[in-house]
Write a protein of this length. Structure first.
Lengths: 288, 574
């Protein structure tokens, strides 16, 4: 829709990794549409603030519902949507600053709840929209506009963090391979619980990591990304930890726990414990 | 004697609250009106605390200025509260408390020791201490024993095998308390017989009444974070808002509360949270988003005292500016402020309906003194509740959700009409834009919707007088009592009151503008409501108080007369 909307005045830089993520999300939603027969309006995309958040306006073709909220709060907004309407497919799109810095406090509660939503985090290791400040995933020592003498903090390790917090589905993706990423997003959507797809989505303007990620085989530079082998047991948490200790960036499903009920399922299972009363019955209890 | 006030004071955990509520229950059971007023220590166990109950043969408006009877459960309570007892009042102290050993009360005070614990133990039922106190109080106001028997019978007859035994021990405890007190020779007076209300009554706490109102209006989504004095709303909802299509849940912060509500309101739910000052401050940005993206939701602010952590367990009316203007940018939110337990019920219905009607956030203000007040109210008629639902878009895809300068139907996820609810300034489709004409259109659109909320009602009396008293929120009761007393003295005053602070009912505003002076009793330093009234062109002046306690009627009578009689009014400019 918005691609044709002349008033819409936001553009990603040519070559931005987020284009690939957008394609992947579109693929995943179309596949889901075909598989489930549910209309596109059954999907809600909740976006944070940052370059990544604008993805919600740039989707092509028939539209899902969108909520472009405030910085850092896409997870709790999605919690409200999902718990208000558990029948909807709820997807969060966020950036590394949005999700891990200002919004970092919201990851642990959703993991503990096993909130049944799928979050796609676009990690470019920089604040792009505000022109190149350091983010949680910027490497220590790196010079950015807000770290003129080098970044003082160690970089976050998002995948290890998610594992530690108990996120029940963790995948790692690369925007350079939208088809593969679409498959991961779709698996995340189908997972009954909190799924996180952490995507390397380079910023061509402030932190271009394409070469590092893809490598340069002709010059003998090994790519940083490598596909997780099929034999990886993603039900095994220590295997997941081991995987993350290896050199480079594994791409694929890192960890998946199908055994835990999601928050909406837990709530439904609890209904029988409560005495369900009408407003009239509730009021009558105060009579004397 | 038509009414009396008993204050129960002691340590947290000594039964201070249950005694006051017990007295209120005995009294309402037989047809009196009762109101309790409580303050709590911040610590859970121990720490000084007190609760008072006012009992009357007519409807009660305030907690009462003076203490007629003090029940001191320990020495500290005696020392702290004896000064509050009026001349001719009576103090009962628990002579079983070790600190009262070798205690000789001043001969100027009517005071006697009641061995509360020992008398209770002698009945074989250690839990009957409350009843010993109840018997003592019954003697002081000459309340017939059959009233008390009736209460014990209805309270303890629960179909258990030992019901008779329990009832007998409780009645015995009351008799012991009564007899022991009669030996003291003290008496407060003869309480007038009750006028049994003709309408069915509820005995209910302010916060519970608010919950009932919200649910009556169709509330089906509640999330919150514990904070005094709003926590009891969260607890009520978690127990009662359970089942298919309902949701009540404790989240991890007030930021989660407000943003979660945004998601739920967007998804079609009638969503509410309740908080107090500190939590409300954390909701600022989210409330701005609700206004901007046009999402219906209700935030209850149960006011306590002061900025920051302030006075968590005291009462104040100092959040009005915050509630009306909670966020950055051009935002002015609808505000309903309740002043009584009945209004807590009614205001909640209005708040949920308003949010649906204008598709945006509504602030429902209450305060500690109402939240924790237990009072008898006439049982509301649920069948009379008019439930409003938002205008929902029911067409095909390709809809422009933010079209035009006024309210438009709202699409709900799952159905055609997909759009982006956007917190950035947006065009009609919900896409971000910075075009000047769009910002003009959307700003005017958002403010135009407030016009839909001008149907609030108001109370008035003696409208001709040129000087008016108009309080708001929980200062209504004491102001109303003060007003009545001044009218009995033939002072030329008029009375106005409304729960609807924004938008004010237009007719009310016109009337107020015609006055020479509008006197606004309110519990804050800045005179927040009078300041807002002045911005509307009303010659308003506040009577302020910022002690963490409610107004005393006597104080208001004095202040209102001073203001009305002084030349000061000539200097009050709108």
């Amino acid at each position: 829709m918005s691609k044709k909307n002349p008033e819409y005045d936001f553009k990603w830089c040519p070559g931005c990794g987020d284009f690939g993520v957008r394609r992947a999300l579109e693929f995943a939603m179309i596949d889901r549409l075909e598989e489930t027969g549910l209309p596109i309006e059954n999907n809600v995309v909740v976006a944070g603030i940052g370059c990544s958040g604008n993805l919600v306006h740039l989707l092509e073709g028939s539209q899902p519902y969108g909520f472009h909220g405030i910085h850092g709060r896409s997870l709790p907004i999605s919690m409200g949507v999902k718990m208000g309407r558990p029948d909807l497919n709820v997807v969060v799109v966020a950036g590394d600053g949005d999700f891990l810095s200002i919004g970092g406090e919201h990851i642990a509660p959703q993991a503990a709840r096993n909130l049944n939503i799928c979050a796609v985090v676009m990690d470019n290791g920089v604040y792009g929209l505000t022109k190149g400040q350091s983010s949680p995933t910027t490497k220590i020592g790196e010079i950015t506009s807000s770290t003129p003498f080098g970044k003082m903090e160690a970089e976050a390790d998002p995948l290890e963090l998610y594992l530690t917090l108990g996120v029940s589905f963790i995948a790692s993706g690369f925007s350079g391979n939208p088809r593969q990423l679409a498959g991961l997003i779709k698996e995340g959507m189908n997972h009954q619980g909190f799924s996180l797809i952490h995507v390397q989505s380079p910023c061509v303007t402030y932190n271009d990591t394409y070469e590092i990620l893809k490598g340069k085989p002709k010059e003998g530079i090994e790519p940083l990304v490598w596909d997780i082998p099929a034999e990886h047991n993603h039900g095994d948490k220590s295997a997941a930890h081991d995987l993350l200790q290896k050199r480079g960036l594994p791409i694929g499903i890192i960890y998946k726990d199908d055994t835990r009920p999601s928050l909406d399922q837990r709530i439904e299972n609890m209904w029988s414990k409560a005495k369900q009363q009408t407003p009239q019955q509730l009021m009558d209890a105060y009579e004397f | 004697m038509r009414d009396f006030v008993v204050r129960f004071a002691g340590e947290g955990g000594q039964g201070v609250v249950t005694s006051a509520e017990g007295l209120a229950q005995v009294s309402t059971q037989v047809g009196y009106h009762a109101l309790t007023y409580a303050t709590f220590p911040s610590q859970i166990m121990g720490g000084p605390t007190w609760t008072q109950a006012r009992i009357s043969d007519q409807q009660i408006l305030s907690a009462g200025d003076d203490v007629d009877v003090l029940v001191a459960f320990n020495r500290d309570a005696y020392e702290t509260h004896s000064v509050e007892v009026r001349d001719g009042g009576i103090i009962i102290f628990n002579s079983d408390d070790r600190d009262f050993e070798n205690f000789t009360p001043s001969s100027e005070i009517k005071c006697f020791g009641l061995p509360i614990d020992e008398l209770a133990r002698s009945t074989g039922n250690n839990r009957s201490a409350n009843m010993v106190v109840m018997g003592a109080l019954a003697h002081l106001v000459n309340m017939p024993q059959e009233y008390l028997d009736e209460f014990v019978e209805s309270r303890f007859r629960r179909g258990r095998s030992n019901d008779d035994e329990i009832i007998a021990s409780n009645i015995q405890a009351m008799n012991l308390g009564r007899n022991h007190t009669s030996e003291s020779g003290l008496i407060l007076g003869d309480l007038a017989p009750p006028n049994k209300p003709t309408h069915k009554q509820l005995m209910i706490k302010g916060n519970d009444a608010l919950c009932l109102g919200a649910v009556a209006a169709g509330l089906n989504f509640y999330i919150g974070y514990p904070i005094s004095p709003a926590t009891t709303i969260l607890i009520w909802m978690e127990r009662n808002l359970v089942g298919p299509d309902k949701f009540a849940y404790q989240v991890s912060s007030e930021i989660e509360s407000i943003t979660g509500l945004l998601g739920a309101g967007f998804a079609g739910r009638k969503a509410m949270t309740a908080t107090a000052g500190p939590g409300f401050s954390l909701m600022s940005e989210g409330l701005g988003l609700a206004w901007m993206s046009e999402i219906p939701l209700v935030v209850v602010d149960v006011q306590r005292g002061g900025p920051a952590t302030g006075l968590p367990t005291k009462t104040e009316q100092s959040d009005l500016f915050s509630c009306m203007y909670p966020a950055h940018g051009d935002v002015r939110l609808p505000v309903i402020a309740v002043g009584t337990v009945e209004e807590a019920y009614e205001g909640a219905i209005w708040a949920v309906n308003w949010a649906e009607r204008y598709q945006g956030p509504v602030i429902l203000m209450t305060e500690m003194a109402i939240a924790e007040r237990v009072q008898n109210i006439s049982k509301p008629d649920l069948s009379a509740v008019k439930i409003e639902n938002r205008k929902v878009y029911e067409g095909n895809n390709g809809y422009h959700r933010y079209e035009g300068f006024e309210l438009s139907p709202m699409p709900i996820p799952g159905k055609p009409g997909a759009y982006v609810a956007n917190g950035s300034e947006h065009d009609e489709m919900g896409d971000t834009t910075h075009l000047p004409e769009r910002h003009v259109q959307m700003t005017e659109r958002r403010f135009s919707k407030l016009k839909l909320l001008e149907d609030g009602f108001y109370e008035s009396d003696n409208n001709e007088a040129k000087i008016a008293v108009m309080s708001w929120g929980g200062s209504k009761g004491p102001s109303q009592e003060a007003y009545s007393q001044l009218r009995e003295q033939n002072m030329q005053l008029s009375w106005y009151y409304t729960m609807f602070l924004n938008p004010l009912p237009p007719e009310l505003l016109n009337e107020l503008k015609s006055k020479d002076l509008v006197i606004v009793p309110e519990l804050n330093y800045q005179g927040q409501f009078s300041s807002i009234l002045r911005s509307h062109g009303v010659k308003a002046q506040s009577i302020t108080q910022y002690t963490g306690l409610p107004f005393k009627v006597r104080h208001l009578v004095e202040k209102i007369s001073d203001m009305a009689n002084s030349d000061k009014k000539a200097t009050v400019k709108a």
